[in-house]
Ligand binder design. Structure first.
Ligand code: GLN
Length: 181
C-alpha cells in the first residue's frame, strides 16, 4: 500500500501511474491514513501551503518518525518539505534527507519547462514547474539523475527526491523505481 499525501498539489496522476504498475494506493490526509503503508509520496504543489496544512491536519510530527521506517519520495514541493535546509526564502522543513534546496531556482512560472533527464545513460522526459535546485547534499546522498550539469534526482537510503514531475509524463519509469525501494 503506497500513500500519497493528498492535502494540496499534483496528487491524482501518481495514483494513475501506481495503479498501472499494480500497486494499491491510499490518499493520506489524517494520521490514521499513515497506518500500514509501505511507502509515501509527497507530491509537487506549493510547499508553503503544504507546510500549513501538514500542521493543521496534525501530520507534521508524524512524518519524520515514519521516514525512519518506510521509503518517502518527494516531488518538487515534496522534495522541499523533505530537505534539511530551504533557501529563497528560508522555511521550516522535515529534515528527512540531508540536502539543501533553493526554491523556484529556475525563475518564475514562465521559466517552467519540459526537458530530458539523464538517468543511468537513458533519457527520460520530465516536467519542471517552478522547480527547486538541489544546492548541496551530504555524503550519504547519491545523484541518480541530471539535466545538463544540474543534479535533479537524488537518492539516500530508502528515500528519493526529484526536482521534476515524472507523474506528468507517460512513462512510469520513476514510479517503478520508487516501488522497487
Ligand atoms: N515552487 C513550489 C514551491 O516552492 C514548488 C513547485 C512544484 O512543486 N512544482 O513550493
Amino acid at each position: 500500500m503506497i500513500g500519497i499525501l493528498a492535502l494540496q498539489g499534483c496528487v491524482e496522476p501518481h495514483a494513475i501511474h501506481l495503479r498501472a504498475l499494480g500497486a494499491e494506493i491510499r490518499y493520506v490526509r489524517t494520521r490514521d491514513d499513515l497506518e500500514n503503508l509501505h511507502g509515501l509520496i509527497l507530491p509537487g504543489g506549493e510547499s508553503t501551503t503544504m507546510l500549513k496544512l501538514l500542521h493543521q491536519f496534525g501530520l507534521w510530527e508524524a512524518l519524520p518518525p515514519l521516514a525512519e521506517k518506510i521509503p518517502f519520495w518527494g516531488i518538487c514541493a515534496g522534495a522541499i518539505l523533505m530537505a534539511r535546509t530551504v533557501e529563497n526564502p528560508q522555511q521550516p522543513s522535515l529534515n528527512i534527507l540531508d540536502i539543501a534546496v533553493k526554491r523556484n531556482a529556475y525563475g518564475r512560472q514562465l521559466e517552467s519547462f519540459q526537458g530530458a533527464v539523464e538517468v543511468d545513460g537513458n533519457e527520460e522526459a520530465a516536467v519542471f514547474i517552478r522547480a527547486p535546485k538541489f544546492l548541496r547534499w551530504g555524503p550519504e546522498v547519491q545523484v541518480a539523475g541530471f539535466i545538463g550539469e544540474e543534479a535533479v534526482f537524488l537518492k539516500s537510503g530508502r528515500h528519493m527526491v526529484t526536482a521534476f514531475h515524472p507523474e506528468l509524463t507517460e512513462s512510469g519509469w520513476c514510479h517503478r523505481r520508487f516501488l522497487a525501494l
